[in-house]
Design a protein around this ligand. Sequence first.
Ligand SMILES: NC(=O)c1ccc[n+]([C@@H]2O[C@H](COP(=O)([O-])OP(=O)(O)OC[C@H]3O[C@@H](n4cnc5c(N)ncnc54)[C@H](OP(=O)(O)O)[C@@H]3O)[C@@H](O)[C@H]2O)c1
Length: 336
Amino acid sequence: MHAYQVDSADGIGAVKKVEIDTPTPGDNEVLVKMKACSLNYRDLLITMGGYVRNDVRPIVPLSDGAGEVIQVGKNVTQFQPGDRVIGNFFQHWENGNIDDAGLNSALGGSINGVLSEYFILNEDCTVKIPEHLSFEEASTLPCAATTAWHALVEVGNIKAGDTILLLGTGGVSIFGLQIAKAKGAKVIITSSSDEKLKRAADMGADHTINYKDTPDWEEQVLSLTNGQGVDNVLEVGGAGTFEKSVASAKVNGTVSVIGILTGLENPTISLMTIFNLLRIQGIYVGSTAMLTDLCDFMAEHKINPVIDKAFDFSESMDAYNHMASAKHFGKIVITN
Ligand SMILES: NC(=O)c1ccc[n+]([C@@H]2O[C@H](COP(=O)([O-])OP(=O)(O)OC[C@H]3O[C@@H](n4cnc5c(N)ncnc54)[C@H](OP(=O)(O)O)[C@@H]3O)[C@@H](O)[C@H]2O)c1
């Protein structure tokens, strides 16, 4: 079958088109014909090496794939050929707390991912696609959307009237916006682009801040919240934004530590973390149960993921380069 593999840590150039054997499903696995997959910032990091717990190379990249089941293992009971499915990011995390086996089962990082004509999923970590979603839309859910759901709903207990701070307009943040608004929360979102902020406002964001024009954006967050701060920050920025996110959170609020878009250098621990009794909560994507709940929520609220651009399978390198350019708003998809 046609596939791509990451074979070194040389950046996007490490992704090569290859011919490999079509995998055969084990007793509890399904074989899926890939119809669409989506990119996450993490997929760029993986081309540079060192982002996953157990670096495996060569490896088929990308965690987020949607497709049609074409073959099932002999013990599979929940799926049959023709079913439209997506795979959970972690192929051995069904529910509850994650363990070592779960952590070592990240698609496109620890085990072969989905940027190939066919891919294998564990039956217990496979989810049916909500009827209102296309393959392209569904392919965006396993990583970015589940992460936003985990931070906002699963550990954030978001409720109507809460205020949520989102940084930038990438995949996690735009799903955060859609989930938070459907939950009746207020949203403050930042971006480097006024055009992207306008789009976010059109989607329901209550307040927008250009973080390039307003480098001290945490002060504006406080002023927009009467000096109180926000209930939960989806902290995707890392070293360059962490301290500002801490300063933006309210007493007893949460900083959901998700990403490293600006790098990894250790930020200073702020006294505000102590004096405001903040919860600094690490988030690592989510379980199959969380992905299932997210799908039900999206179906109930008829939420459609925001797709910035779709590329053909043969143009996968263009998709990687588009993500690296950070010109996108929402998700980048590859179709087959
Ligand atoms: N922990 C987890 O489980 C998990 C899961 C998913 C993602 N992540 C991490 O979360 C981060 C975001 O991932 P993603 O896939 O959503 O990325 P993405 O779609 O590539 O997001 C890129 C966007 O981030 C924004 N950005 C960049 N620098 C920023 C800054 N200094 N302040 C505010 N926004 C900034 C930019 O938005 P504008 O163009 O609007 O300025 C940029 O377009 C990555 O570090 C990723 O590794 C972690």
